[in-house]
Structure formats: C-alpha cells, structure tokens
Design a protein around this ligand. Structure first.
Ligand code: PEP
Ligand code: MN
Length: 330
C-alpha cells in the first residue's frame, strides 16, 4: 500500500505516521517527501485518519510521476526544454578555463542553448584524465555566466551533488550510474533539473523507472537522454537506439534528447545522427565539441569542431520544425 501525504507534512506528522505504520505491523519506506510505501502484512485501519495523511492507495507497479501532465517542460536556467528544439554543446571534459570559455562563446554564437562539460569524468581506465573536479565546476559556472548559457554537468558521487548543484543549472546522471539508486535519490533532492542518460544496457522500462526515482525525491524535472546501447557492432562506440525517442515520448510525458557523440564515438556520424534525432521528434540533442580534437583529454574522436556548429544548429531547427508539423498532421 502507499500512503499519500499532504505536501506540507510536518516532521512531527511524518514521525507519527511512520510510528503508527510500524505499530500496525508494516515496514514503512519513505518515497520522497509525500509518499510512504507500506510493505508487509499490517492492519491499515486507523492510518487513514492520521494528521497529514491524504489517502491510502495501492502500490503502483508501473511508473506514475513520469506521466504527470506537467512533466514535459523543464526549465534549465533561462532555457525551456520541451517547448522547442534545444542544442546542448560543450567539451567532453573541462580542460582549462580559457579553452572552456572559448568553446562556450562559440556554442553561444552558433545558437546553442546549453553548455555541457564534465568536471568529474567517469573513465574506463583509472589512469585516464578524470576531470578537474571542483575547479572544473568553477570554470563551468564562470563560462555560463560569461555567455548566459545554463550549464549541465555530470555527478558521479552523492557527496559531490551539493557542490555541483551550487555551480550548475542541471545535473547529469551518466550511463554508468543510471542504476545507482542512492545517487538518483541524492540528485533528486538537489532542487535542480536532472538530465538522465540511458544505461548502456538498460531497457526502456528500467530507464523510465530510474526517472521515477528522481522525480519521487522532488526534482523540478527530469529530461531523458538516449545515448546509445551496447550491441554486437564494434565499429561504433554504441548503437544509437533512435526508436527509443518516439517510444519514450509515447510511454512517458518527459522530454527526450539524443546524444549522438557517445552513441557513435565518431565525429563524422554526429551531424547526420543529430539530424535523424530531430526528425524522430527529439526535444533536442547534446553534442561534444572541441577546437583541437586531436589534443582533447577525453573523447576527441567524437568531438565536432565548433566551426561546424552554426550550420548544424540552423539545419536542426528547420528539421525539428518540419517534424513537429508532420507529427501534428498525423
Ligand atoms: C558524458 O556525457 O560526458 C558522458 C560520460 O556520457 P555517457 O554517460 O553517456 O557515456
Ligand atoms: Mn565524452
């Protein structure tokens, strides 16, 4: 069973409900701030009348919050995701202050909406560059302020969530952590919208439940990001599952963006797959850029040169507008 509590539940009321649930024979589990799951065999009579309780219902077996009517539009600083096609661009990793600033200005000049950049980098080899950490967050914040672009950055560790939320407008959960449920809970509490990337071997159902975890904690929005899944094909880093875009938009009310950089791992495949994403009805794309990809400390092979951005962004907006028109007429 599931207890739905008032939005403004006090700590005393919460404590009393939990005590009463235990006394009634249940194992209560707090789900975010307004729901308490009741597991075990207990006696529900009496719980409904407790102060702060709105009602008691069945535990859902499918995600619920991802389908609420107002979930599509997510505000990231001054930008809205879900009302038009957005482009997030930036380096894989923040490397130094000036380079980030130059890339941010290039992204802004090309018409991009959001600056991306990793301060904490999840790397396969522990000997690879693992990011500048807190310094990287400072550089991101400065670049965001200098350009007016809101910033999205990945967090790997629950202990870094608070500092990342102080410096960034949106927190990213990477593919490796899509099922790190304690991290999902922590970002869900940070009062920042979350960009949730699909686990590299996750089903759509698992992906959507991960979004539900974050929303339960009160996050002001979750945007899903398809970034490719593992397949037998070795010539690309992953396989971009484009059908996930309309499928996720059908089975949730969340916005969905596409990251063709990590999906393909090859810069020459990025522009065409951004165009395909726009045609498939995505709410935007996120791409990695670098002015000297061969010297990049991370993921240079998939970085697009900023010189190519302006034409790309212009084309994407045209394709997205056509796709939206086509969808409406069908
Ligand atoms: C990233 O976007 O920086 C990243 C590491 O992507 P993913 O988690 O999709 O591999
Ligand atoms: Mn990368």
């Amino acid at each position: 069973m599931l207890i739905f509590c008032r939005q403004d539940l006090t700590e005393n009321e919460r404590g009393a409900i939990l005590d009463a649930a235990r006394a009634a024979g249940f194992e209560p589990l707090e789900l975010g701030s307004t729901r308490i799951a009741l597991h075990g065999e207990g006696e529900r009579a009496g719980l409904e009348a407790l102060p702060g309780v709105l009602r008691i219902g069945a535990l859902p077996d499918t995600p619920v919050l991802v389908n609420e009517p107002d979930r599509r539009v997510v505000r990231v600083g001054p930008v809205e995701i879900g009302t038009g096609f957005i482009v997030a661009a930036g380096p894989c990793a923040v490397e130094d202050r000036q380079r980030l600033l130059d890339l941010a200005h290039a992204a802004k000049a090309a018409g991009c909406d959001i600056l991306r950049g990793g301060a904490y980098k999840p790397r396969t080899s522990p000997y690879s560059f693992r990011g500048l950490g807190d310094k990287g967050l400072e550089y991101l914040k400065a670049a965001g302020e200098a350009t007016g672009l809101p910033v999205v950055t990945e967090v790997l560790d629950p202990r870094d969530v608070a500092v990342a939320a102080e410096h960034a407008d949106m927190l990213q959960i990477g593919t490796r952590n899509m099922m790190n449920y304690s991290l999902l809970v922590e970002v869900g509490r940070a009062d920042r919208p979350v960009l949730l990337k699909r686990g590299m071997a996750a089903t759509l159902a698992e992906f959507v439940f991960a979004a539900e975890y974050i929303l339960l904690e009160g996050a002001p929005g979750v945007v899903l990001c398809e970034r490719g899944i593992r397949s037998p094909e070795p010539s690309m880093r992953n396989t971009l599952d484009l059908a996930a875009v309309p499928a996720l938009r059908h089975q949730t009310n969340l916005s969905v963006i596409v990251d063709p950089s990590h999906a393909t791992g090859r810069r020459e495949l990025v522009p065409p797959m951004t165009r395909a994403a726009a045609a498939a009805g995505a709410d935007g794309v996120m791409i990695e850029i670098h002015d000297a990809p061969d010297q990049a400390l991370c993921d240079g092979k998939q970085a697009v040169h900023p010189d190519r951005l302006a034409a790309l962004v212009e084309n994407l907006r045209k394709i997205a507008a056509l796709a939206a028109e086509a969808e409406e007429s069908q």
